[in-house]
Design a binder for this molecule. Structure first.
Ligand code: FES
Length: 279
């Protein structure tokens, strides 16, 4: 009898929740009392700032390379690889180039790193919450009544993430080459400058971002029924798993540093500052 009364009281004092429906009852968007809106606001602020800066930098078409006028060769990650016939002398490490007229060289390559980030599982969660409010936070009502997932255009494109991952890895190889090249002193020998350290930090964080990717972890250990029969994939999966747990940190750190690297190269190339050379 006592147990029965306890159960009835618990039902009466609880909030009726319809799975997949509005959380917190039909008249309120949420019962949360904390500052749940803070994280979406921060996400919107950072991503919007990055998009504005990256768009501005990509359209500039100048001050993306430090060549013979500097001590170390530095190239902005937004412009590498530089594959336009309009690329400044020394910035194209390849034997070919495309004639794209007056279009900025960044615009012909940016789709690959941009596509990799835009379709990233972590960023998807972040910007669906922050921009779409779908939902803005846990236990807060969606701003939309319908949900079709990623089954229709344009969101169905998100499924291409694993392919953008391969492009991301190829770009990492190129940016690693740029970082190594930045230790080479123009005129002969090797040395270290702030610029070479910045390019190295950028390449390192981009590798960590890519290797911690969910698609990378799946490539390592996905669809394996028995790890004992696939020891190499098991080892790779064990390497990828702890990195994967920190994917969010690498996502933000690499985003910040890739913009910082462009800013640094831009300042040195324009003559606003000098690349500080250690030796
Ligand atoms: S999940 Fe974020 S880069 Fe793949």
């Amino acid at each position: 009898m006592f147990e029965e009364r306890k159960a009835v009281t618990a039902v009466e004092s609880s909030t009726q929740v319809v799975l997949g429906g509005t959380r917190g009852g039909p008249d309120v968007s949420t019962l949360r009392q904390d500052r749940w809106w803070l994280q979406p606001v921060i996400t919107v602020s950072i991503l919007t700032s990055f998009v504005i800066y990256a768009t501005w930098a990509a359209f500039q078409g100048v001050n993306y390379f430090v060549g013979a006028t500097g001590v170390h060769e530095l190239i902005s990650p937004f412009y590498s690889p530089c594959l336009s016939t309009s690329c400044v002398e020394g910035s194209n490490s390849f034997g070919f180039a495309f004639n794209v007229g007056s279009l900025s060289p960044a615009l012909i390559i940016l789709i690959f790193p941009l596509g990799f980030r835009m379709t990233c599982y972590y960023y998807r969660r972040s910007y669906y919450r922050a921009f779409w409010w779908s939902p803005p936070a846990c236990a807060v009502a969606d701003a939309h009544t319908n949900y079709s997932g990623e089954t229709r255009f344009p969101l169905v494109i998100q499924n291409a993430h694993r392919y953008f991952f391969y492009f991301g890895v190829a770009f990492n190889v190129l940016l690693t080459y740029d970082a190594i090249r930045s230790f080479h002193v123009i005129g002969g020998g090797w040395g270290v400058s702030v610029g070479s350290l910045v390019l190295t930090l950028n390449a390192t964080l981009l590798w960590l971002y890519s290797l911690s990717c969910h698609a990378c972890r799946h490539i390592c250990g996905g669809q394996v029924r028995s790890f004992s029969q696939h020891p190499i994939r098991h080892k790779l999966w064990k390497l990828a798993t702890p990195l994967n747990a920190k994917h969010m940190n690498f996502a933000w750190a690499s985003l910040f540093v890739v913009a910082l690297t462009d800013v640094y190269v831009r300042l040195v190339s324009s003559g606003a500052i000098r690349d500080l050379v250690f030796f």
